[in-house]
Design a protein. Structure first.
Length: 407
């Protein structure tokens, strides 16, 4: 027995409905899977009008239209479930079933080579992946194309095994790619192969266990003392002063560059006498409400309540390096920087290692131990404390030493 409900699970005024699929397997375990459908409705309509009788012809027509879409989708899922062993029903089964419903295949052969499969994968997952993910997948595809030319034979999905991994790692390192870059790419390649396996393609028995150790990297951040030096830096050009203010804002809000560079005075709220920022994170779609730090208020006050003017990520990266150089943030620091589009490790003046990401890490690291980790990971968006501690570079040894200080 299986049941389906449609839910509005969003804080936004308009969103896609979620299909909730519930059934019981042979072990009498009740399982629940959710899937975001392609049926988009207004929150007000769903909560107040969808199930109510109405004399408004527009609402009646909309109710019929929505119900038709939902009934057709529900019948499709339940009919397929009735022809399936309940013990074989998984979250992936539901996802692919509904993907097929929205994107029926017209006798297209599934590619068996990895490079062509990446294009197939992107088409299959187009409703579930972001533009940035597509760009990332295409970068991996272009590297594999060069690797395929180098090895002079096609890269088949069934051949992604330990030998392939070793060969790929050796080739990438010969082209000066960093260990962690290669490690991420192997993870992406495995995702393609797992997706291909679901469609019946042969994969190596070694594929699931392919791993490459992640190399420990230095966590670069700006200390409170360094931030003070930056704040006191004078006689900057208008563009550098603007970038300096954005840098301070980033270090006291803990947000990604894709979010804070879009801040405007329109997102400022005052609740119970407290100044807050309310915005939607571009990467996650999550609605955030965070307090405004006094350092940020100082910048707003000198700018008549406005944030600095918007600039591109690229310009911001260039300008903050120059700001930090002028401020004397030049302590010899171990790290890696991009040289000819490759990450090269070494010891550099610290300002050379400053990037747009440094604000978020500086916020997390500087306020760790002063503010509850629960609140910090809410602001930074980390889902677990383990992820947060890894982000700021806290090891078990660090935690033990800090705990010893309290004894």
């Amino acid at each position: 027995m299986a049941t389906i409900k449609f839910l509005y699970r969003s804080t936004k005024p308009k969103a896609f409905l979620t299909l909730r699929f519930q059934f019981r397997n042979s072990q009498k375990h009740d399982l629940i899977f959710d899937y975001k459908t392609k049926v988009e409705v207004l929150k007000n309509y769903w909560s107040k009008q969808h199930t109510k009788k109405s004399k408004d012809i527009d609402i009646i027509n909309l109710q019929r239209e929505i119900n038709t879409k939902l009934n057709e989708l529900e019948n499709h899922v339940l009919n397929e479930f009735n022809n399936k062993n309940p013990d074989e029903v998984t979250k992936d089964w539901l996802n692919n079933l509904i993907d097929f419903y929205y994107n029926p295949k017209i006798n297209i052969d599934v590619p068996t080579d990895l490079i062509n499969y990446i294009d197939y994968y992107i088409i299959e997952k187009k409703f579930d992946i972001t533009t940035s993910s597509i760009k990332k997948f295409n970068v991996v595809k272009h590297k594999l194309q060069r690797f395929q030319i180098f090895r002079k034979q096609p890269i088949l999905i069934k051949d992604i095994d330990e030998n392939f991994k070793n060969e790929f790692v050796k080739y990438q390192k010969s082209n000066n790619y960093a260990q962690n870059t290669i490690q991420r790419e192997i993870g992406i390649i495995k995702s393609f192969c797992k997706h291909a396996r679901y469609f019946g393609l042969e994969t190596s028995v070694q594929m699931d266990n392919l791993k490459l150790e992640r190399q420990k990297v230095e966590k670069i951040y700006l200390t409170f003392d360094e931030l003070e030096k930056i704040e006191q830096t004078q006689n900057l050009t208008e563009s550098l002063q603007n970038a300096k203010d954005w840098l301070i804002i980033s270090c006291y809000t803990g947000q990604r560059v894709s979010d804070f560079l879009r801040f405007t005075k329109d997102i400022i709220r005052v609740e119970n006498g407290k100044n807050l920022l309310e915005f939607t994170q571009q990467k996650t779609g999550k609605i955030m409400t965070i307090p405004i730090h006094p350092k940020v208020i100082e910048i707003l006050n000198k700018r008549n309540g406005a944030f600095p003017y918007s600039i591109s990520d690229q310009r911001y990266n260039e300008y903050i390096k120059e700001v930090c150089k002028i401020a004397g943030i030049d302590t010899p620091t171990k790290g890696s920087k991009s040289i000819n589009f490759r990450k090269v490790e070494g010891v550099y003046s610290k300002y050379e290692l400053v990037t747009s990401h440094i604000g978020r890490r500086s916020f997390a690291t500087n306020f760790y131990g002063e503010i509850s980790t629960t609140y910090l990971k809410y602001v930074t968006g980390h889902s677990t404390e383990t992820m947060f501690l890894n982000y700021i570079g806290k090891s078990n040894k660090d935690m033990a030493l800090e705990l010893a200080d309290l004894f």
